[in-house]
Design a protein around this ligand. Sequence first.
Ligand SMILES: O=C(O)c1ccccc1NCC(=O)[C@H](O)[C@H](O)COP(=O)(O)O
Length: 321
Amino acid sequence: MRVSATAAGTSEEVTIRRRPPHGIEAQACGPVDFKVALQDDRAEENQPRNILEEIVWHKAAEIDRWRDRQPLGLVLTKAKLAPAARDFIGAIKAASERTGKPGLIAEVKKASPSKGVIQPNFDAVKIAQAYEAGGAACLSVLTDSKFFQGSFENLTLIRQAGVQCPLLCKEFIVEAYQVFKARASGADAILLIAAVLPNSDMNYLIKAAASVGLQCLIEVHTVAELERMLALNSLEGCMLGINNRDLQTFKVDLANTQEIMESAAGREVTARGIVMAGESGIFTPADVAVVQSAGCGAILVGESLVKQGDPEAAVKALLEL
Ligand SMILES: O=C(O)c1ccccc1NCC(=O)[C@H](O)[C@H](O)COP(=O)(O)O
C-alpha cells in the first residue's frame, strides 16, 4: 500500500510514514526522555506498519537526544574539519575494472531485525581489516544501535585503524543532522532510502551530503521508486542500489534486482552510466553472477560474509579471487 508522505510540505508518495499520525510517543528534552500519551496509542494508524517504519519513528527521538548533547552547528563544524572524504563510487568502479566482478561493498553487521545476532564474536575493526585484505572495494558500517547493534563509533574506529577502503555510513537518515554526524565520524558516503524520503527531502539531503564532501547510495526496492529517483534534480555524486529484501515480510529475492533492471527505468540507469548495487541476500558466486548479468556494477553483502569465521577468505571465495 502506498500512502502520502506526512513530512511537511511534500506531496510525493513514499511508503514509509515519517511519524505516527497523532505524534510520537517517545520524546526527549535535555537529559530527560518522556512518553507522551497519543490520542489513541493503540489505534492501528499509530502503530508502525513494518520494521522500516518502526526504525524511522525511533530515529526521531534518538536525533532529539543527540541534538541536546551536541547542537547541529557543532556537528557541522566537526564534519567540515574531518579529513577529506574518499571517492566511494570511484573505488567501486576501479575494483570492478580490476577484477571483472561487481565492486564489493562489504557490510560490517553484527545483528539485524530479520536474523537477530549474526556474529556474536563481533570486532568491527578486525572485520573491516579482513574485508579490505580480502579485496572489498568499500565497506558499509551499520550505525544504528537499537536494531542492528551498530554505532557511529565503529565508523571512527575503523577509519582511525588505517583502513583505506571508503566507508558507507549505513544509517536510516531522515535529517541533515545524521549526514553531518556521518562525515564527522569518518564516513565517505551515506545511505538514503527512497521509501522513507520524499523528493524534496531527498534533494535536500543530497545537497547537504555534497556540502561536506559525501557521496550518496540511494536505495530503491521497486520500479516506481527507481523512476522517482531518476527524475530527481541531480544525481551527481550518487549511485543507486536495489534492495532485494522486502521489509514487510523480510523475504529476500534476487529476482527483484533482475526485474527492476529489466524495466525501462533499469535500462535508463545503464544508459546514463549510473553505478547500480544489488543489495541483500547475496551468498554465493552464482548470486554475484545473477546481479552482475542484471547490470549491477556493485554488490552490497553483509550476512554471508560476517557470519563466517574468516571474513577475508569469505570475500575471496565470494568474488572467486
Ligand atoms: O537486514 C535486515 O534485517 C534489515 C531489516 C530492516 C531494514 C534493513 C535491513 N537490512 C539493511 C540492509 O540493507 C542489509 O544489511 C544489506 O543489504 C546487507 O544484506 P545481507 O547481505 O542480506 O545481510
